[in-house]
Design a protein around this ligand. Structure first.
Ligand SMILES: NC(=O)c1ccc[n+]([C@@H]2O[C@H](COP(=O)([O-])OP(=O)(O)OC[C@H]3O[C@@H](n4cnc5c(N)ncnc54)[C@H](O)[C@@H]3O)[C@@H](O)[C@H]2O)c1
Length: 294
């Protein structure tokens, strides 16, 4: 089936980014949020990001203009009625996602594909809110969406190969490099691998083996990672990592995902990384400053 019209649910960090890349690739996008303020904020983020791409010569000015013209905004779920593909990017809350997918089941046409950008909720659980689990799929973009190349396309228990093939082709068309995740496992691939590494890195800091800056240097110089695990944790938010690790642990009981005690203490102390000004590094001066000593 051909995808022409895309309905994005949620105009936050991820939803606005997904709307932007789809509209830039020429899709007609309707972006939905619960009120006009959220939609205005999402559109402002898109305009700002497109402006930067134009400034850097990465997107021609007329492409940016037509991208903006390709996006309609709405607070109405019923505007999903003519969508070929829905991408859901609301808060990471299972009850909310089940409610959204239950509504989409009623509103969208039977051929419409339903995708979720969830980080950690099972695609199979989300699909259970619909009568078309074969057409429900994970499409996991990374932040910031217009910059990050990776998109995981994830099978739920009943997702068909055809659904995955269509959504994979669409994600490639909006400029992403796709990894297909063949089983609906907690954390999919990226977070499953990445969080295990974060846990080990934080354990090494806690046990006095090396400082965050030494661990980051090791992974950057030794393995050509662009960022080290402690810098990445600060960027993502220690609380976000903590929740994601706990979610994987709760489902798998795999102790590699039990959040290290140091991580739990940092969450309690509000040392959450960049967003609170301090985590494994200090950002209060506007720069990333190493302060950790053993
Ligand atoms: N932030 C990240 O780095 C990241 C990366 C990958 C995946 N994700 C996932 O993407 C999803 C969205 O995350 P985010 O960071 O964009 O969150 P966000 O808080 O920036 O945005 C969520 C938006 O959803 C809106 N919303 C809530 N209920 C809604 C409804 N019923 N209909 C329409 N809109 C509704 C909110 O008003 C808000 O604007 C989550 O599932 C998250 O786990 C996030």
């Amino acid at each position: 089936m051909a995808i022409e019209k895309v309905y994005v649910v949620g105009a936050g960090l991820m939803g606005s980014g997904i709307a932007q890349v789809a509209a830039t690739a020429g899709y007609r996008v309707t972006m939905r949020d619960i009120n006009d303020e959220a939609l205005a904020k999402g559109m402002k983020a898109i305009e700002k990001s497109l402006g930067k791409f134009v400034e850097k010569g990465k997107v021609p000015e007329d492409t940016a203009k037509s991208a903006l013209a390709n996006i309609k905004t709405t607070t109405e779920m019923k505007d999903a009625a003519d969508a070929d593909l829905v991408v859901e990017a609301v808060f990471e809350n299972i009850d909310l996602k089940l409610d959204v997918f239950g509504q989409l089941e009623e509103i969208t046409g039977p051929e419409c594909l339903l995708a979720s950008n969830t980080s950690a909720i099972s695609i199979t659980s989300i699909a259970s809110a619909t009568k078309r689990p074969e057409k429900v799929v994970g499409v996991h973009f990374f932040s910031p969406v217009p910059m990050m190349m990776l998109c995981e396309v994830i099978y739920g228990q009943q997702t068909t190969d055809e659904t995955v093939a269509v959504v994979k082709a669409w994600a490639e068309d909006v400029g992403k490099d796709v990894v297909v995740v063949h089983k609906d496992v907690p954390g999919f691939v990226a977070n499953r691998v990445g969080l295990a590494m974060s846990g080990v890195a934080i354990d090494l800091v806690a046990s006095g083996v090396a400082t965050p800056q030494e661990i980051d240097k090791t992974m950057k110089l030794g393995f050509a990672h662009r960022m080290g695990p402690c810098e990445t944790a600060d960027l993502t938010g220690i609380d976000v990592l903590h929740n994601a690790m706990k979610a994987i642990y709760n489902e798998t009981k795999d102790e590699r995902y039990w959040p290290p005690v140091l991580m739990q203490r940092m969450v309690t102390a509000g040392l959450l990384g960049r967003k609170t000004g301090k985590g494994f590094y200090d950002y209060s001066s506007g720069e990333q400053v190493a302060y950790w000593e053993l």
